[in-house]
Design a binder for this molecule. Structure first.
Ligand code: SF4
Ligand code: MG
Length: 333
């Protein structure tokens, strides 16, 4: 199939002392095989929750109320215990923002990487060779001896390289990355971006990156999902979206100058207003309270999801009785 993974109508609540927080609502998007997809949004947009849902690592107070996550013909949300661990260990792997949280400080990389391959009927020497080879591929100098180092003996950038090597060790079909460069300086970030692109090309791994950093998404990704307050508001190819965004939220993020995003706007710009209270009943467009283009009706009538190419945008301006034939304005205006 063209899609390796499909998130289909995912809705999820968190039970809290304030009541149910409707953290994800009808989230749908495909992850196309062999491509790099970015999920971008502010803190509170639900982007990390989507990633944890794919991994089956949701908090205890999370409850999926609707939807499926299809991966190779199975719904990941219905897998339990051993099946889920097998998928997570062999077919889907993850890189975190801070590799210290996923690396074991008291074990040298050699041991940690051998342990990742515990399902494989290989000798220790063969596992070590495979690990050394991957450390070399991710640019760790002198990997034959550095493999015996402990995480604290590596710099932040080297640790993230090692984390990526560890995540690639089982040859996963899908690599998930949560803010993989946020803890790194700009130079190291650029190196990690180049590395992820190289790995994607060499191994044809499909990658999903969650980030609040539009510059990272622009540099690294082929496709993008824009999330706002628990909903997908726009999806599509990075090229299309960065130059011809159709949702007012995406356009506000891009601040009218898509060509300069990669250099100038490293972080999401601040848009006036607060995120909606997701414990209250929601109707109409979730972005209406902050939207500069909001019309009478936007706050009460659910906006249509209007496809374009491989993507879609959810806004009344694009279709139906509230459509504006002059929307969206040309790029840069
Ligand atoms: Fe703005 Fe209305 Fe479109 Fe929502 S539906 S983004 S409020 S114009
Ligand atoms: Mg997060």
């Amino acid at each position: 199939a063209e899609n390796l993974l499909t998130v289909d109508g995912l809705s999820l609540d968190f039970r809290t002392g304030r009541g149910r927080v409707r953290a994800l609502r009808d989230v749908s998007f495909p992850v196309r095989r062999g491509r790099i997809l970015g999920i971008v949004g502010e803190s509170g947009s639900g982007k990390s929750t989507v990633l944890w849902s794919i991994l089956g690592l949701l908090a205890r107070n999370a409850e999926v109320t609707a939807g499926r996550i299809d991966f190779e013909g199975r719904d990941l949300l219905t897998l339990g215990g051993a099946d889920l661990r097998a998928v997570r260990g062999e077919k889907i792997s993850v890189v975190f923002q801070d590799p210290m949280t996923s690396q074991i400080p008291v074990l040298p990389y050699a041991r940690q990487m051998e342990d990742i391959l515990y399902r494989r009927p290989l000798s220790r020497a063969a596992k070590r060779d495979a690990a050394v080879d991957l450390l070399r591929r991710v640019g760790i100098p002198d990997p034959d001896s550095r493999i015996d180092a402990y995480p604290h003996q590596f710099s932040g950038g080297m640790r993230q390289r090692a984390a990526i090597a560890m995540s690639m060790l089982t040859g996963p079909n899908l690599l998930l990355a949560d803010e993989p460069t946020t803890a790194l300086d700009v130079t190291t970030e650029a190196q990690i971006v180049a590395l992820m692109r190289d790995l994607q090309t060499e191994f044809e791994t499909t990658i999903v990156v969650v980030s609040h950093d539009l510059g990272l998404i622009a540099e690294l990704c082929d496709d993008v999902v824009v999330m706002y307050a628990g909903e997908v508001v726009e999806t599509g190819e990075v090229r299309d979206i960065f130059h011809h965004a159709r949702h007012p939220y995406t356009r506000a993020l891009l601040e009218c100058d898509p060509a300069r995003i990669a250099e100038v706007s490293r972080r999401l710009p601040v848009i006036r207003g607060d995120l909606p209270d997701l414990t209250r009943p929601l109707q109409g467009c979730i972005f209406a309270p902050r939207c500069q283009r909001a019309m009478p009706g936007c706050a009460t009538i659910p906006p249509p999801v209007v496809p374009r190419g491989t993507g879609a945008a959810k806004c009344h301006l694009l279709d139906g009785p509230l459509a504006d034939p002059d929307w969206p304005p040309p790029a840069g205006t």
